[in-house]
Design a binder for this molecule. Sequence first.
Ligand SMILES: [Zn+2]
Length: 503
Amino acid sequence: MSLAVTLSRAQQGVLAPQVVVEVHLSGGLPGTAIVGLPEAAVREARDRVRVAIQNTAFQYPRSRVTVNLAPAELPKHGGRFDLAIALGILAAGGQVPRERLDDCEFFGELALSGALRTVPGVLPALLRARRRGRHVIVPRGNVAEAALVEGARIHVADTLADVCAWLRGGELPDPETVAGDGDADDIPDLADVRGQLQARRALEIAAAGGHHLLLAGPPGTGKTMLAERLPGILPPMSESEALESCAVRSVAGTPVDLACWRRRPFRAPHHTTSAVALVGGGSRPQPGEISLAHHGVLFLDELPEYERRVLDVLREPLESGEIVISRAMHKARFPARFQLVAAMNPCPCGYAGDPNGRCHCTPDQIARYRARISGPLLDRIDLGIEVPRLPLSELTAADRCGEDSASVRKRVVEARRQALVRGGLPNAELSTRDLERDCALGPSERAWLERALDRLHLSARAYHRVLRVARNIAALDGSIACVGREHLGEALQLRRLDQAAVA
Ligand SMILES: [Zn+2]
């Protein structure tokens, strides 16, 4: 009898593959069937859509209604297709015009009253629709995400009736564009950190090069405080980075806050966190902490307390910058390019090396404690330093406040710029070959470094890591082209924890 087609998008990781909703009305017993691998919430759309259509003063067809969601092999979940299904049914029955349907994508769950409800994970779909130049209709609850996608033809609707009026040539409001820079300045500042000059320096080097960082020291020395201040000295996020990061939050169902959408994320999951919560998973894959930290910082406090199994799953994303989750029906890929800051106590009680002799841990206990972190994980952490307990006099001296984050950030931005000009990548991501090519040491520096590594019992692999960090220190000094002995020396200092481990 009659066929109509509307467009929407499914959610698969941070992708938004297109879904074509075909609605066919035919003779036979009245009834509605939805086919095309719908999960429970999509099957229930049948009842929601029927009542919503009736409550919007339209007729629900008194015929056989077949709704096909294509492609059939793509799993579909949630109420996001309700609006597209309802409009397909109305168009097939000739109750709304079809002219605008080909050029438009629809998102929204229907309430029985015909009102549109927010759908999670709409941002990736909006980005894809923008690329196709189509009109997009979203519920008012998704207006914040819509506001981020500049240049898209997005319209905001409250009800099914609003959308039908728009299809007849009416108007719908566009989302307001974002005001402000989305990087509200109420973030923790480095000026709050007293003393700890070496730790501050290590933090700056980590920020400039994108290196992962391990802080070891007794409780209460400010390891957490330092870690929290890393996002504030990292270079500002580019628009595409910020959108990628917001897309993950959108998929996770976290509302996007327009006041700080361009702020780098800082995630600090507790050590009792499960592997699924950390890297993502579930029968319908959801992003985990590492993806929520995409383009930002993942802070793992008390690193040896995490289950070994949980830490082991970090290795793949640390290498590739993404995580692939496969479940029976679903396969999803989430981005996870984060900077890791880990903290640990020097021993189980936390006071090894304390001058007051509070620690009674045996060498054996200390060794076992440190061995809980696997070698392959430590291998990916370029910087490791001790954060010592400071004498009280240093903590209370009013004049020991350090430089503020804004000043440090300026140097970081400049060093990153230089690294990008020379290597095209942040230092920490340079391959061994790239390093050899554009960070060649003079013969005397090379010999000096080899001797130093030998003396400290460090492996050949450490050679490249020291070189990577040294190049970065040189960039902060404004002399990236010329890595000198002082840069190598400082880079070696920043690997103190390896040396402690072999000693
Ligand atoms: Zn101890």
